[in-house]
Design a protein around this ligand. Structure first.
Ligand SMILES: [Zn+2]
Length: 318
């Protein structure tokens, strides 16, 4: 009999990443479709189910090859019912994602938050390298957080556990955040936050800087910092200071073995990790700092689908 596959799905605001994986977490086939945001996202689940069928047909496989689906969605999730409380990106509110996707696919479905499944992916096949206590931050347009304690995601009572991106770093006069607060880590250490800080500093800057001659992006800031641009170094210092501080405070709660930094901004590489790590070590409780290793995520865009497969496997197959 042919080996069975797990389905990992990473549902985002612009694309849905999908993959078939072996029960050992190796990707057999991966693809993506656009997220259909029309009519408050009512077609999203149908499209995912349809795309699964189409892809199976293209591969010449039948549906009984599939064991279960694990899906990550951008918002807090009720763990038992697989209901999504709210996703601003997709237009859903109290949306029964597990139930709907099970109806459309006739497969068992497990649901979690997108940052959480990325953390599970890194734990299983990536930078976590088997560690069972880890903290994962994803630095993209926003700042996602996933905290794993003893191999389990910390969900909390409302599904909002591990939201490191919304730790308040600037208690007074901080920039507004998408969550409704001000001064969140996300307003500083996300790609958007880094650009905002750079533009603010640039408007008051009288000295030469590489950043004046090009469109300011997070990548441009890090590239300029690598070339020793004074303004860019200030921006990087501010972002990494607050990220190191937030991670130190988060780590003091769960005493992780690994702290994994992923997302588009993490492509900056060593310059980012070295600086965040230095601040982390300054602010963490010494024994917490001693126990933790800070590393870059290794799975890139595959973290979500791999974590989804882990979720499906541990929910239905073990
Ligand atoms: Zn926030």
């Amino acid at each position: 009999m042919a080996e069975k596959w797990l389905v990992g799905v990473d549902l985002g605001g612009t694309t849905v990443k999908m993959a078939f994986l072996t029960t050992d977490g190796d990707i057999v086939h991966k693809w993506e479709i656009d997220t259909d945001l029309s009519n408050k996202g009512e077609n999203i689940v149908k499209h995912i189910a349809q795309s699964l069928e189409d892809t199976l047909r293209r591969l010449g496989e039948s549906k009984d090859r599939l064991l279960a689906i694990g899906i990550g969605a951008p918002g807090p999730v009720h763990k038992e019912t697989g209901m999504l409380y709210e996703t601003v990106n997709l237009g859903w509110k109290n949306y029964p994602l597990k139930e709907r996707l099970e109806q459309e696919t006739a497969l068992p479905v497990a649901v979690d938050n997108d940052a959480n499944i990325a953390a599970l992916g890194e734990m299983w096949k990536g930078a976590g390298n088997g560690a069972r206590d880890l903290i994962c931050v994803t630095l993209g347009t926003g700042v996602g957080g996933g905290v794993i304690a003893n191999g389990q995601i910390v969900h909390g009572v409302n599904g909002a556990g591990g939201e490191i991106g919304h730790m308040t770093m600037i208690p007074k006069g901080g920039a507004p955040c998408n969550c409704g607060k001000t001064g969140c880590l996300e307003t500083i250490a996300s790609a958007t936050g880094i650009v905002r800080i750079a533009k603010e500093k640039l408007s008051r800057w009288n000295k030469p800087t590489l950043l004046r001659s090009e469109t300011v992006t997070a990548k441009a800031v890090f590239d300029a910092a690598k070339a020793n641009d004074e303004l860019a170094l200030e921006v990087v210092d501010e972002a990494t200071f607050y990220l190191g501080l937030a991670l130190a405070n988060a780590a003091n709660v769960s005493n992780p073995e690994k702290i994994v930094i992923g997302g588009g901004v993490s492509k900056a590489g060593d310059i980012l990790v070295e600086r965040v790590n230095a601040y982390f070590r300054r602010f963490a409780f010494p024994r917490v700092a001693e126990g933790a290793t800070m590393v870059l995520a290794t799975l890139g865009n595959d973290a979500g689908v791999i974590g989804g497969a882990w979720l499906a496997k541990t929910s239905f197959c073990v």
